[in-house]
Design a protein around this ligand. Structure first.
Ligand code: DGL
Length: 275
């Protein structure tokens, strides 16, 4: 493979800031890669919107990223992966990797016949995407699901693992899962890894938590290595961020998701994505 192919960027999009938890894992696994990130903060959340709307937004987000000539696109949003992955794979001329299949595969590797727990947005749970992937990997398995709509705004507000409101809301959402204690629980939303400690505390030490973003980052790495598309390890990768809403607010909050400061965020209007 020519060096120019390997040096092309990875395009990553999400409904807003949450996908930066996935970028964090991508950067840990592949520090030499250039990443262009689009956060559709003007239209977040996707998790409560219809599958048709999410599909339309996802196509626009991916089309924007294609302007940067990426070698691969990552749908760093579980909701968009659940509703739009196949549409994107059918329309883009580069490989597209989402969150659901890698997350489900990591869960099945941990507990081959389940039962599995999955927490995610309303849209992701309603799509049945995790349920289908897990059933394909472990036929007849039980999948216990819970949608947790309040967690996205709570995390975006900066509330963390020790916050009594977080523990109260999680306690309510996790009640059924606490009773059933599946051996593995998939964190099927970009925001939930920021609450790993609180979720682990409530579920107990026997329940393994799967970060779908980490699983997706490993899937991306495998794909790039298998196809001789990985950037040389001696390179230092770059991160360029675009937001469809206030870039200053995006930059101010992004550090919590990425684990390091983000500067120089660019604005792109949703009108431009609509073209
Ligand atoms: N990024 C979304 C996900 O992983 C959560 C935020 C939203 O609802 O848009 O499902």
């Amino acid at each position: 493979m020519e060096a120019t192919q390997r040096n092309r960027c990875i395009g990553v999009f999400d409904s807003g800031l949450g996908g930066l938890t996935v970028v964090r894992r991508l950067m840990e696994q592949m520090p030499g890669e250039d990443i262009v990130y689009l956060g559709d903060s003007a239209r977040v959340p996707y998790g409560t919107k219809s599958a048709e709307t999410v599909r339309r937004f996802a196509l626009q987000d991916a089309a924007f990223l294609m302007r940067f000539d990426p070698k691969l696109v990552v749908v760093a949003c579980n909701t968009a992966s659940a509703s739009a992955l196949e549409h994107l794979q059918g329309r883009l001329e580069v490989p597209v990797i989402g969150m659901i299949r890698p997350g489900a595969a990591a869960a099945a590797a941990q507990a081959p016949s389940g039962p599995f727990g999955v927490i995610a947005t309303e849209g992701t749970i309603a799509s049945g995407a995790y349920q289908r992937e897990l059933a394909a990997l472990a036929p007849g398995c039980e999948v216990l699901t819970g949608s947790c709509p309040l967690l996205v705004p709570i995390v975006e507000e900066g509330r963390g693992n020790d916050d009594p409101i977080v523990l109260h809301v999680l306690g309510d959402y996790l009640r059924l899962l606490q009773r059933k204690r599946p051996p593995v629980l998939v964190l099927g939303c970009t925001h939930y890894p920021l609450l790993t400690r609180a979720i682990a505390k409530l579920m107990g030490p026997d329940v393994a938590l799967i970060d779908s973003g980490q699983a997706a980052a490993l899937a991306v790495k495998r794909h790039l290595l298998d196809n001789d598309l990985a950037a040389p390890a001696c390179r230092t990768g770059t991160l360029r961020c675009y937001s469809t809403d206030n870039p200053d607010r995006f930059a101010a909050v992004a550090g919590r998701f990425l684990g390091r400061a983000v500067s120089g965020v660019h604005w792109v209007g949703t009108d431009e994505l609509n073209l």
